[in-house]
Design a protein around this ligand. Structure first.
Ligand code: FES
Length: 108
């Protein structure tokens, strides 16, 4: 299942939490790119969408682990496991472009 958003409604480096078929997803715009990751820290199951984004990393607000938005890999402890990343497609240009975020069935 997928959800569509308008690119102009996503603020740069301000994660938005959405739910796709029961799966919490943090959608993050970084410039003209958009990333989607599972919105649950792999360390203690808190929302990553409440964390800060720097470059292409999102930082967990609770203990400070940073995750690469492109790969889901943590850059340091206390988290050691990756978070799941989801495919994003952008159709169109400018703020009216449509952002499609998909959660594949096997990832639910
Ligand atoms: S809960 Fe995210 S680093 Fe601990």
């Amino acid at each position: 299942m997928s959800v569509s958003l308008r690119l102009g409604d996503l603020r740069d480096k301000q994660p938005r939490r959405i739910t796709i078929d029961g799966v919490p997803v943090a959608v993050v715009r970084v410039g003209t790119e958009v990333f989607a990751v599972n919105d649950t820290c792999s360390h203690a199951e808190v929302s990553l969408a409440e964390g800060e984004v720097s470059g292409c990393e999102i930082e967990c607000w609770l203990h400070g682990s940073r995750f690469d938005l492109r790969t889901g890999e943590p850059s340091g402890p206390p988290a050691f496991e990756s978070i799941t990343t989801y495919p994003v497609q952008i159709e169109g240009v400018g703020d009216d472009a449509v952002v499609l975020v998909a959660v594949p069935e096997e990832a639910r």
